[in-house]
Design a protein around this ligand. Sequence first.
Ligand code: NCD
Ligand code: ZN
Ligand code: ZN
Length: 360
Amino acid sequence: MAQSSITIKKPFDSHVHLRRGAVLRAVTPVTAEKFWGAIVMPNTDPIVATIEQAVENKKEILAALPADTTFKPLMTLYLTKDLTASVIEKIAVDKEKLIYGVKYYPWGYSINSQWGPRDASDASPVLHAMEETGLPLLLHSEVHLNAENHEEDPYDGEKLFLKDTLPRLMDKYPRLKISLEHMSSKLGADFMEKNGKEGKLVATITPHHLVYDRTDAFRTGYRALLNCKPLIKRTEDKNAIRELVKKGLPFISAGTDSAPHPESRKFSSCCVYGAFNAPVALELYTQVFDELGCLDKLEGFLSVNGPRFFGLKPAEETITLVKEDWQVTEPVVTEEGIKIWSVCDKTHGLGNEVIHWKIA
Ligand code: NCD
Ligand code: ZN
Ligand code: ZN
């Protein structure tokens, strides 16, 4: 008989954008309701590049939480040219454990990504210190410029990173703990199946890359809510990452990449990259695992593998989902009245989208 409910340890989001200011105050409670903790991305405006800035951003997140929430924001630092090995050493001896990783963005490629080194491998002293201390490097694993500074095909970013940048990085820093973020292609899935290793080389997967392909993203015009990096790809890519999660590998985990943007930037002539999915992420992951017939693998993916990579135990608290149809009919709204639309939105998504799993 088909399963109609599931109880799992409360999930952990290995990759979320909570931003700053009014947007942060609007979206943080949405993530905190469904996840006990999350690895918080540092590409805010301004970016989080120092320990002091991480302290400040964390304070802002904690202040935005409802009184009864115990949500843990686990901070990261942006890999800039100014980051030093001594900061990494300071992070390693911090008893409070503020920083859980360093994030690399390919220069100029994604949102607020103009601060990083041209090539991840260039950050030698910092990366050596991270090898020594075991602090993970989180990678936006795409390449967009070739050696002559010409733009590559935007659908090839992940392929180029895995073929060239990553092998060089792994050769030069063999003990570095690496997480490949938002894995989006068949090539990425094959690469992880072959090379993934618990505690060493892991990958996160978003709900939108599991649910949609580029036929959806272009259905009767380009779908703004699905415009994100890495670009949503072919059906065969989607199917390959679905097959990957189905295997229940210990080095693959949920990282929503929930990336909120104000309506004015999303529905503009140059639609900004980022898919806001916090209101539906957990439900979509569950739906996909149900469709694949592998609900028994859901807890590992959502609640165990992510925390373990960051040296944390899974939650003791549980959450129950039931198989019940619902729709997203409202945006998340900031205190200034700015709307943030979620993927699957009834009006602005693909049109009358129905989600089949719901929090009980
Ligand atoms: C992210 C954002 O909006 O900050 N956007 C995205 O399309 N994924 C940046 C990122 O994760 O690369
Ligand atoms: Zn990214
Ligand atoms: Zn992201």
